[in-house]
Ligand binder design. Structure first.
Ligand SMILES: [Zn+2]
Length: 673
């Protein structure tokens, strides 16, 4: 049997030969790759020479590349283009992968070798020294210096956890797709944007629901619906469909699962000598401790909720003015804040949409990167793809050397998880021949039709820049060792390069240049830009409060001392203690909070805000010196986007910025200071 996953992908520029890969290839490839990785690890352990950097740390860096290749293809497709079959395979392979990881990270002989290198005075360069420390720390944090009993307990916990977190995410996806808001009367569509109506029509057709419009509980459906639907009952229905995900009494219920996850995580942390999962998770982050995280959150919470109360008053006032007699509820927020925005600024987000075609925004992103970092993107015509929507670009430096490949998978489809993300098929490294990065951005933007281009909301334009910022972090990486490459940085730093890049699309100057009307090609009118500028700080009380509530929720789940029995009660008592306004819900409820219960963000949801302190501080340089200031762009590339985790991150930041990050900048940016 010829299995394309068993070969390297050199013949297709390193891009996996997607068209040749069939479902049946994964399990045998995983098996072979696991076997090979084990062999590589054994040969490190059995090396008779005295442990040194080369025969231990670098050998470890070079091991597992086959397994990484197979895993990346599989897990990227599991999120971007999933199927029942792939999910079955994931369920089958996950316990083996978890067991395999443990067999390495808990391997005593291997750890002893790493420890010897760590303690030796070997003459190493800065990056090598950092790699040794990071490797040593991560083995220690994974439990490699524990006794036999504890190690075997840990292994069991890890395996259970990996299956449960996988199940959590699968349940969320099922709940998202199984929720149906079906509209049969045209009059119930009043207010909704055309593109949403069109999508709902085709969703309904796909599921053979005739003469109707179908809305799912995705964020992509939810927000425009909540903002524009004139029908309050329907707004409430879709909102509840969204926030009840994982709470419904059916086989997709996530409550028991998340209680078990937090319980197992706590046990795990205790075995490893930490008070809570939070303290464990915050090791080797920029924040360092829960105390530091809470200090940032608490400093913002006060001004944010104060502003939120003002916003509530304004909205409630408008409701009364309309002659309606109900109290503002969470599902009303989007609809009425949009009305307040219009009343105050005479600005609607929809006015901007015709100028924000995907084409324009992508061009803006590419050009911004080209100007700042002196690189070039060139479209690739023929390359392997797993779906017709995938596009590919070669990325060149100013000497016309290829530095990476950038793939995009921009449009929504049912086989794709919600949200947007960047991942890579290959990380940049130089320790074992030159490997350039192969990076992908996956989003859920509206698909263009024959008649109309894909037009983005302003939020989506920011998402494109955000994910492209992560992409650049991967593409511009210029380090030696793969473990330190690109986005392999602490969680509370990784959002810095992505959020930093958002600053350019938020800038009126960039909009003026790139936001051209999709039909007439006319520039966005100056008056519209003015209105846009004026409302940049609008609704920030709400946005900051809902985000912070989710961050507190994350920390509470992972550092609560008492045993938690009831998910709903726990949430309610936390928000009561915080004095959270009832009119604003947490950005995610526990039962569908994928970031923390199935993604890698447990105790790290605060990271976005931590990184925002960094990006709002760093962007000051461009505000002062000019948006495309050459020398600053060069510094930003070298000190932030290219250096991965090869150097001390705070030092690098200060080298760029000339001073430490300043939390006040965040409050100013959000208009809360
Ligand atoms: Zn991000």
């Amino acid at each position: 049997m010829r299995n394309p996953l068993l070969k390297d992908f050199k013949s297709s520029l390193g891009i996996p030969p997607f068209e040749e890969i069939k479902d049946r290839h994964y399990l045998p490839a995983f098996k072979a790759a696991l076997k090979e990785h084990k062999k590589e690890i054994d040969s490190i352990i059995n090396n008779k020479q005295i442990p040194d950097f080369e025969n231990t740390i670098n050998a470890l860096e070079n091991s597992g590349s086959f397994l990484a290749r197979v895993s990346r293809v599989f897990f990227n497709l599991l999120s971007a283009h999933s199927s029942e079959k792939l999910q079955d395979i994931a369920n089958q392979i996950t316990p083996f992968l978890s067991k395999h990881r443990d067999s390495i990270s808990l391997n005593e002989e291997l750890f002893l070798r790493i420890k010897k290198v760590y303690e030796s005075q070997e003459n190493l360069n800065e990056e090598q020294k950092r790699l040794v420390k990071i490797t040593y720390d991560s083995f220690k944090l994974n439990g490699s210096n524990l006794g036999k009993m504890d190690k075997s307990k840990l292994k069991k916990l890890n395996q259970k956890l990996s299956s449960l977190t996988l199940k959590f995410g699968q349940n969320t996806l099922k709940e998202t797709n199984s929720f149906n808001l079906i509209i049969k009367e045209k009059s119930d569509l009043i207010g909704l944007p055309d593109d949403l109506i069109k999508q709902a029509k085709s969703q309904a057709e796909k599921e053979n629901k005739e003469n109707s419009w179908l809305f799912k509980a995705t964020r992509e459906n939810l927000y425009p619906f909540l903002t524009f639907s004139e029908n309050r009952h329907l707004r409430e229905a879709i909102y509840k469909g969204y926030v009840n995900k994982g709470k419904n009494k059916n086989s997709n219920n996530n409550e028991k699962i998340l209680l078990e996850i937090t319980n197992l995580r706590e046990q795990r942390a205790k075995i490893l000598g930490f008070d809570s999962h939070t303290e464990l998770a915050l090791q080797n982050t920029m924040a360092e401790s829960k105390k530091n995280v809470l200090e940032l959150l608490d400093n913002v919470w006060g001004p944010a909720t104060k502003r939120a109360q003002e916003e509530i008053k304004e909205i409630q006032g408008l409701i009364q003015q309309e002659g309606r007699n109900f109290k503002l509820e969470p599902w009303d927020w989007w609809f009425y804040s949009e009305k307040v925005r219009q009343a105050k600024f005479n600005y609607s987000e929809e006015e901007m949409r015709p100028y924000l075609s995907l084409e324009n925004i992508q061009k803006a992103a590419f050009t911004t990167a080209e100007r700042l970092f002196d690189i070039k993107f060139k479209s690739l015509r023929s390359f392997p793809k797993y779906h017709e929507d995938i596009k590919a670009y070669k990325v060149f430096d100013n000497k016309n050397n290829i530095i990476g490949i950038f793939l995009t998978d921009y449009f929504a489809r049912p086989s794709k998880q919600g949200g947007a993300w960047m991942t890579s098929y290959q990380d940049q490294s130089k320790n074992n021949g030159i490997k350039y990065p192969i990076v992908i951005n996956v989003c859920n933007f509206p698909k263009p039709s024959k008649k109309e281009k894909s037009l983005l909301s302003f939020e989506q334009a920011i998402t494109l820049f955000h994910e492209f910022g992560h992409g650049l972090h991967g593409l511009l990486s210029n380090v030696t060792y793969p473990s330190l490459s690109g986005t392999s940085v602490p969680r509370d730093y990784v959002e810095f390069p992505s959020q930093m890049f958002e600053n350019w699309i938020r800038s009126p100057k960039v909009l003026k240049e790139f936001a051209l009307h999709h039909r007439t090609k006319e520039k966005v009118p100056a008056s519209l830009l003015k209105k846009y500028e004026k409302c940049q700080k609008f609704n920030q009380g709400f946005a900051t409060t809902e985000y912070l509530a989710a961050s507190y929720l994350d920390l509470a789940w992972h550092s609560e001392k008492k045993k938690i029995k009831d998910v709903d009660k726990f949430e309610k008592s936390l928000f009561k203690a915080l004095n959270k306004p009832k009119e604003i819900d947490s950005r995610y409820g526990s039962s569908y909070f994928n970031h923390i219960f199935s993604g890698g963000y447990s105790s790290s949801y605060y990271s976005y805000m931590w990184s925002e302190v960094l990006d709002s501080s760093a962007f000051e340089v461009f505000e002062k010196k000019g948006l495309f200031h050459k020398a600053s762009g060069k510094k930003l590339k070298e000190l932030v986007y290219a250096s991965g985790n090869s150097k001390n991150l705070m030092d690098q930041f200060i080298k760029f910025n000339g001073k430490k990050p300043d939390p006040k900048r965040l409050l100013q940016k959000r208009g809360l200071a």
